[in-house]
Design a binder for this molecule. Structure first.
Ligand SMILES: Nc1nc2c(ncn2[C@@H]2O[C@H](COP(=O)(O)OP(=O)(O)OP(=O)(O)O)[C@@H](O)[C@H]2O)c(=O)[nH]1
Ligand SMILES: [Mg+2]
Length: 411
């Protein structure tokens, strides 16, 4: 009972949300595959003048793309882990609010050429600002992606600000990541001493955001200006794009053929992108400022048909969600390369006598030492993984879960 009770947590209702949008909480996913399949092909229940925005979250491995997607969706439907390459294929999350549908594409890094061209209406570039080696530069793959589709608007989201001790560094980073241009306007960064004096009174992050927004979004007509800059300079970055099968971040058959060695010198020396329309700084892990970002995205939606029924939360099947959630735990708890060798095989998926979902999954590993490692002393590790994954699944399927994991040697 009360605000933020356990039931609220399970239902995905936070105090903040209860107050501002009573009754609006994210849909759950049915654990019955046929039901989920049915819902996915169900006629969207769109209103008279529907709006839609298709957003791809792109960025380096481990930047927090899935964490942010989950926070935007209000439920953890995408796998998250400390290790890289947790996400293996592009999955969609759906947010429906009033007349607007946001379709969030959680990617393993980048998206395919054909998909972007016919599908996307917004890029959200995520950068981990706590990662020293990559905090001040966009990866060549991200730059290639942006350069290839200069007509698709993009925003920059600087993530993991909670891990950054010196928040004022964000100003240097934003200047490098944007080449000092946002919304077609040159960034006029306040002097550091002004920021410091402001931040003694306010939250430093807020001072930095305010300082940036003063000379970007508050200026009128920025969209037009931005597209002019985009048109003006896109030719010098997009002309030398090439493709590669070796790029493991790209999707299956629709791989963009990009060869890193063939990337133009221009792009190789480039660190930032001067065509972002907006900058956000946040910690996706805390949900901090994610609501503001969500509101911004909802505002960017354009008139267009909804793709899904409003009860859809994700395009994934229940089994895919389950496999991925367990995989995320394996990646978190097993050392080095070991989790990448585990083969998951679901042996049982059925409803129990009290309406609970009973799942039995075998985890097949190639070495005896891995079997021991995964079971842990007295079975502690495998129990912990089963318990945590079970809790995550309960929050997605909104029912009791009995998850049993069985570790076996791969023959
Ligand atoms: N401290 C902190 N950690 C974060 C934040 N956002 C994400 N993380 C952590 O960063 C790690 C990677 O997060 P993911 O969401 O799996 O990253 P990803 O970009 O989807 O990774 P891949 O799917 O492997 O490309 C996890 O351990 C998250 O808990 C944040 O704002 N602050
Ligand atoms: Mg991911």
């Amino acid at each position: 009972y009360g605000n933020n009770s356990a039931l609220d947590t399970i239902l995905g209702i936070s105090r903040e949300k209860t107050e501002c949008a009573l009754g609006q909480h994210p849909p759950s996913v049915s654990y019955c595959k046929a039901e989920q399949d049915n819902l996915l092909v169900h006629q969207p229940d769109e209103p008279e003048n529907p709006k839609v925005l298709r957003v791809a979250i792109i960025g380096a491995p481990n930047a927090g793309k899935s964490t942010l997607s989950n926070k935007l969706l209000g439920r953890k439907v995408f796998p998250v882990s400390k290790k890289v390459h947790t996400t293996r294929c592009n999955a969609r999350g759906v947010i429906t609010e009033e007349d607007t549908q946001l379709i969030i594409l959680d990617t393993p890094g980048l998206i395919s050429h054909t998909k972007a061209k016919r599908y996307l209406s917004q890029f959200l570039v995520l950068v981990d600002v706590s990662e020293r080696w990559t905090q001040n530069r966009l990866s060549p793959q991200v730059l290639q992606c942006l350069s290839q589709f200069p007509q698709i608007p993009s925003i920059l989201v600087m993530n993991k600000v909670d891990l950054l001790k010196r928040k004022a560094l964000l100003l240097d980073l934003v200047t490098e990541l944007t080449e000092g241009v946002v919304n077609g306007k040159k960034l006029k960064v306040k002097s550091m001493s002004k920021i410091h004096s402001d931040s003694t009174r306010n939250n430093p992050l807020q001072s930095i955001q305010t300082c940036l927004s003063e000379n970007t979004s508050k200026q009128s007509g920025y969209l037009q200006d931005a597209s002019e800059v985009q048109r003006g300079s896109s030719s010098d970055t997009s002309c030398n794009m090439r493709a590669s099968n070796s790029n493991h971040m790209l999707e299956g058959t629709e791989k963009v053929q990009i060869a890193n060695h063939q990337v133009s010198r221009d792009l190789k020396n480039k660190k930032g992108w001067p065509h972002f329309q907006e900058i956000f700084m946040l910690a996706a892990i805390n949900g901090e400022a994610v609501e503001t970002l969500k509101k911004y995205l909802l505002m960017q939606a354009k008139p267009g048909r909804w793709e899904y029924h409003s009860r859809v939360l994700t395009s994934q099947s229940p089994q895919e969600i389950c496999d991925d959630i367990i995989r995320g735990k394996l990646l978190d708890y097993l050392p080095q390369e070991v989790p990448y060798t585990v083969l998951q095989k679901t042996e049982m998926w059925e409803e129990g006598p009290s309406g609970e979902l009973i799942i039995l999954q075998n985890l097949l590993v190639p070495k005896e030492t891995h079997v021991k490692m995964l079971i842990g002393v007295g079975g502690q590790l495998i129990s912990k993984i089963a318990q945590e994954a079970g809790e995550d699944l309960m929050n997605i399927f909104l029912c009791d879960i009995r998850l049993k994991l069985c570790v076996k040697l791969k023959k």
